[in-house]
Design a protein around this ligand. Structure first.
Ligand SMILES: Cc1cc2nc3c(=O)[nH]c(=O)nc-3n(C[C@H](O)[C@H](O)[C@H](O)COP(=O)(O)OP(=O)(O)OC[C@H]3O[C@@H](n4cnc5c(N)ncnc54)[C@H](O)[C@@H]3O)c2cc1C
Length: 381
């Protein structure tokens, strides 16, 4: 990217962290990515090494094994993973989605019991909201948790769960008062080894092939009352409060991916010749890349400004929805145009642009579909 707009949010300390994390990915992830795509998941060793080096849950207070870093460090982890096309690595979901739930809503016991192991990489985590019959409409969740003495009995099934095969600990969204709709939803921390909790298929996806996205089943799972996350029936409010950060994360990832796609494509078009001239000399190529570069630059500035607001706890729900919708639509357009500019090679899996195109598609679907984002934005008008 040739924009001269400086990213002033990222000082020397953050950039130092970025360099170390980039080196870590170059050594510990990039050489293994193709194998992980075949395996359908990344290795446990990657999680452990990332934990040892302080790359997991950087925002957590030191008492829970984190570095008490601010959200810029989380953004850097997400950007570097996206830039390298390492779409199998679910650190963002673990560190920036699951950990904040435990930190913000967990009891002292839950925080002490789980957070240090999450920061060290001993525990891999997931969050299970979606069910076969309930995705966009979370109020339609049918998984139930019925209180019996000092336990809840959990029954139901979830699908499309990121980190699902690897997860040792899952936040499960369940109804504790089914008659109350959204007001009857609670969150539970459920361990993978508990009787009645089983994992289904590692779903075969169009892209993100190194990411384990799974079905999860709960049959009469005894969940101790102590593993209720937050107050009973307050789960929906917690979800609404945490989703803006998730949507900002998706936006950060989308812009970094789009920037990388453009960089690869510019390099390719300068190198590749047709009719005796570099592709870059054709006006169509130049104009496409110019337009996309302008749009990605604008999106970058928007996301950085929203990141700044988020650091001050001022990012609101409609703006987070705008980030998610705008950047992921753009990412899909950019990767599609970049495939076109690569010609046939753009459709070949070993070319990063082909993977980036396939990986991008789901960004418009998860973390709330872009149609739901537009509903949220429209409601604020
Ligand atoms: C790779 C991947 C990873 C995922 N990871 C997770 C995870 O870790 N945890 C988790 O809980 N879930 C996860 N999901 C699930 C994801 O969040 C859902 O797929 C998504 O919320 C959409 O739900 P759905 O698939 O049931 O689609 P539906 O809700 O059935 O939607 C189908 C279509 O109808 C549209 N639609 C629905 N309602 C409306 C409306 N009111 N107005 C306009 N249009 C509407 C949608 O926008 C969509 O286009 C993941 C999904 C994928 C594919």
């Amino acid at each position: 990217m040739t924009s001269s707009i400086p990213r002033e949010l990222f000082d020397a300390d953050v950039e130092g962290f970025r360099n170390s994390f980039r080196k870590f990915l170059e050594q510990e992830a990039i050489p293994y990515h193709a194998q992980w795509e075949k395996d359908g998941q990344v290795s446990r060793a990657l999680w452990q090494k990332a934990g040892e080096m302080g790359f997991l849950c950087p925002e957590l207070p030191e008492e829970y094994g984190g570095s008490a870093a601010d959200f810029r460090y989380c953004a850097v982890v997400s950007e570097e993973i996206a830039r390298a096309g390492l779409s199998g690595i679910g650190f963002g979901l673990h560190s920036d989605i699951v950990a904040p739930y435990v930190l913000h809503y967990g009891s002292a016991y839950l925080k002490e019991h789980y957070l240090p192991k999450m920061a060290s990489g001993e525990l891999v985590t997931a969050i299970a909201m979606t069910e076969p019959g309930a995705g966009s409409d979370l109020q339609g969740v049918r998984t139930t948790a019925v209180k019996q003495g000092d336990h809840y009995i959990l029954n139901g099934s979830k699908t499309f769960i990121t980190n699902g095969q690897m997860a040792d600990l899952v936040i499960v969204v369940a109804k504790t008062d089914p008659a109350e709709g959204a007001k009857g939803i609670s969150l539970f921390l459920v361990e993978a080894g508990w009787p009645g909790f089983s994992k289904g298929r590692n779903l075969e996806k169009v892209g993100m092939k190194a990411q384990d996205t799974s079905e999860l089943f709960f049959q009469d799972v005894k969940v101790p009352v102590a593993n209720l996350l937050g107050a009973e029936n307050s789960g929906f409010i917690a979800l609404m409060q945490e989703l803006p950060q998730e949507r900002l994360m998706v936006g950060i990832n989308a812009v970094a991916s789009a920037e990388a796609a453009l960089e690869w494509t510019v390099a390719y078009c300068k190198e590749r010749k047709s009719f005796g001239k570099p592709l870059m000399s054709f006006q169509n190529t130049r104009f496409k890349l110019a337009e996309l570069t302008s749009e990605v630059t604008a999106a970058r500035v928007f996301v950085d400004r929203c990141l700044e607001l988020h650091l001050k706890r001022k990012l609101d729900i409609p703006t987070a929805a705008m980030i998610k919708q705008l950047t992921t639509d753009l990412q899909c357009r950019v990767t599609d145009e970049c495939v076109q500019l690569h010609g046939g090679y753009g459709y070949i899996w070993e070319y990063p642009i082909a993977r980036a195109w396939a990986d991008a598609r789901v960004q418009k679907i998860y973390a709330g579909t872009n149609e739901i984002m537009k509903e949220i934005i429209a409601r604020s008008l």
